[in-house]
Every structure is written in structure tokens, then in C-alpha cells.
Design a protein. Structure first.
Length: 85
């Protein structure tokens, strides 16, 4: 699961750095540095597309049934106990 890092598409100058789940400690240093660089210099120093808020299709996120189904799916996959067989 990837966090959301970047400028909000609806509000210029409003930056998001959220949704880290349990990976927050591992990613926090780099994510903070990249976001600070963007705010200060106007760009990231590396490809951050996979973390961008714009990666979500507006059509999909406006559909409450889809959001509910995908949220449940992400939760189940993240916390599923996998037994070696």
C-alpha cells in the first residue's frame, strides 16, 4: 500500500503526506525530504508518480460502492494471514 504524497489537485499549494499505514517509519524520512524539496524547489528529485494523489481516477473515487469494495479488499489483503503450504 502506497501513501499519498504530493500537491492536492483541487487546491494549489496544499500538499498531502498521508496514508503511510505501518510503512510510515520506514518511508517517513525520504517522503518528508521529497515533499520538502517539492515545496521549496517546485519539483521532486525522483519519480514519485506512484505516490501522487492524482493516481486515483476521479470517476472511481466518486463511486461510494467502488471505494467501499476497494477499501475492504486492501484491508483484507494487508492483514491476511498467509500460511505456507
Amino acid at each position: 500500500h502506497k501513501p499519498i504524497i504530493g500537491e492536492a489537485p483541487e487546491v494549489s499549494g496544499f500538499f498531502i503526506n498521508a496514508g503511510f499505514n505501518s510503512a510510515g517509519i520506514m518511508l517517513s524520512g525520504g517522503a518528508g525530504r521529497e515533499l520538502a524539496t517539492w515545496i521549496d524547489e517546485g519539483r521532486f528529485t525522483m519519480d514519485m508518480f506512484h505516490y501522487a494523489p492524482t493516481r486515483f481516477a476521479p470517476e472511481a473515487t466518486r463511486n461510494p460502492e467502488w471505494v467501499n469494495a476497494k477499501s475492504h479488499e486492501a484491508y483484507v489483503k494487508n492483514y491476511a494471514v498467509v500460511y505456507p503450504h
